[in-house]
Design a protein around this ligand. Structure first.
Ligand code: PCP
Length: 397
């Protein structure tokens, strides 16, 4: 009997989260002796949500685990790679290619797309928020907005996208980092007194937990921020403003006031952490207004999915395609300097970068060979560094 309405690892691995029409397709092909048809299938993105100029591919490690022991070959963009809806010449770019007997993998199209569409949507929004925040820390606070079964995937994708930390225990484990957090309003309300709550937090928490006092529960943020500074003195690392929408008004102005009042009294070292209803635009504005760190939840954990689709482009070596898609096996060549892509028929010569004339590299790298994972699956920390490097070369618009 299922405790929660979530699929187990075993059910996902057996392909039981698939759509019924793939099960029926397999039955028909088997009945008509066509399930051993060798196909080449490619995964391409539709237009990115809101017409975004680029995305971050995420979920590749899970795809590798899904196809482990499935006798096919898969070539994919390395996890964390920037991808585009269309290449430099306007050709839609495949981010993953599967080669094998269609009957062996047809039921896995649904979970495959699910793993890429959601995680890439989250990583893409996280990368945009991180780019808006620059070097300032951004923490993922969004698990409470989504089903808890997804917490490892959501926080891992936010971290890979460039976030500096995540709040959930399972998410931190999946990202290979320690969970990050401050204190909830509940702590202050149970004490019924913010000063008693801050002092208790300081007395009980181990040294390595930064003393970040929540300063918007009962009084004005400016007042509570000074109370926190006078209460914890040099032990106060920062104050968190999670100002309720009804009181937010000009949040940037509130921030400047808090900064001024702390500085004029010598609390220049006290950081200002903001959270609640943040998106990339608000992060940019509040950063300019003096915020030192951000807690971002819904905007990232509930990010729109990327509209990836899988299409067969070769049958038994013969080129084919449905309307709206381009037939034949392709390669994506990228200039690592300009992050410019060119999609070419597979056997085409290696092109030069149309912008800098530099050497290009293949992006569809071996992931699975005959069911065996052949790619080094990097740690989330390494993938995050790869993403941050690429973010230096792309613009938000
Ligand atoms: C929550 C948390 C973040 C909010 C939610 C998540 O605040 O502290 O600020 O961010 P989002 O708005 O981007 O989804 P509350 O539930 O108001 O407060 P508490 O911190 O007391 O849990």
């Amino acid at each position: 009997m299922r405790r929660f309405h979530t699929a187990s690892d075993e059910e996902i691995k057996r392909g039981e989260t698939t759509d019924i029409y793939f099960v029926r397709t397999k039955q028909v092909l088997e009945a008509k002796g066509l399930s051993k048809t060798h196909v080449v299938a490619e995964i391409t993105p539709g237009e990115l949500p809101g017409g975004l100029p680029w995305g971050i591919i995420c979920g590749i490690e899970e795809v590798a685990k899904l196809f482990e022991d499935v006798p096919v070959n898969i070539y994919a963009f390395p996890e964390g790679s920037v991808f585009y809806y269309k290449d430099y010449y306007g050709v839609r770019e495949p981010v993953l290619r599967i080669e094998g007997l269609y009957g062996e993998f047809c039921i896995y199209e649904t979970p495959l797309l699910g793993m890429l569409c959601q995680a890439s949507g989250i990583a893409t929004r996280a990368a945009r928020v991180k780019k808006a925040a620059g070097d300032k820390p951004v923490i993922s606070f969004g698990i409470r907005r989504m089903h808890p079964a997804l917490s490892p995937m959501i926080d891992r994708a936010a971290y890979i996208g460039g976030f500096d930390g995540v709040s959930s225990l399972t998410g931190a484990k999946a990202a290979g980092v320690k969970p990050v957090g401050t204190m909830p309003h509940a702590l202050i309300i149970v004490f019924g007194d913010q000063v008693k709550a801050w002092k208790a937090f300081d007395e009980v928490m181990p040294e390595d937990v930064p003393r970040i006092a929540l300063v918007d529960t009962y009084y004005d943020e400016k007042t509570e921020a000074l109370m926190a500074a006078e209460t914890l003195k040099d032990k106060l690392f920062g104050v968190r403003l999670d100002t309720p929408g009804s009181r937010k008004g000009d949040f940037a102005e509130i921030l400047r006031e808090v900064r001024w009042e702390l500085d004029i009294r010598g609390y220049k070292n006290v950081k200002i952490f903001v959270s609640g209803g943040l998106n990339e635009e608000k992060v940019r504005i509040l950063s300019e207004a003096g915020a030192d760190a951000f807690g971002v939840g819904t905007y990232v954990s509930n990010a729109p999915t990327i509209d990836f689709a899988m299409d067969i482009v070769e049958i038994d070596g013969k080129i084919c395609a449905k309307r709206g898609k381009l037939g034949g096996k392709k390669e994506v060549w990228r200039c690592p300097e300009c992050l410019i892509d060119m999609v070419l028929p597979y056997n085409s010569a290696q092109p030069k970068c149309p912008k800098c004339g530099g050497k290009t590299e293949r992006m569809l790298k071996p992931l699975i060979e005959n069911g065996k994972i052949v790619a080094e699956l990097p740690k989330p920390k390494e993938i995050r560094s790869y993403v941050l490097k690429q973010l230096e070369k792309v613009e938000l618009v």
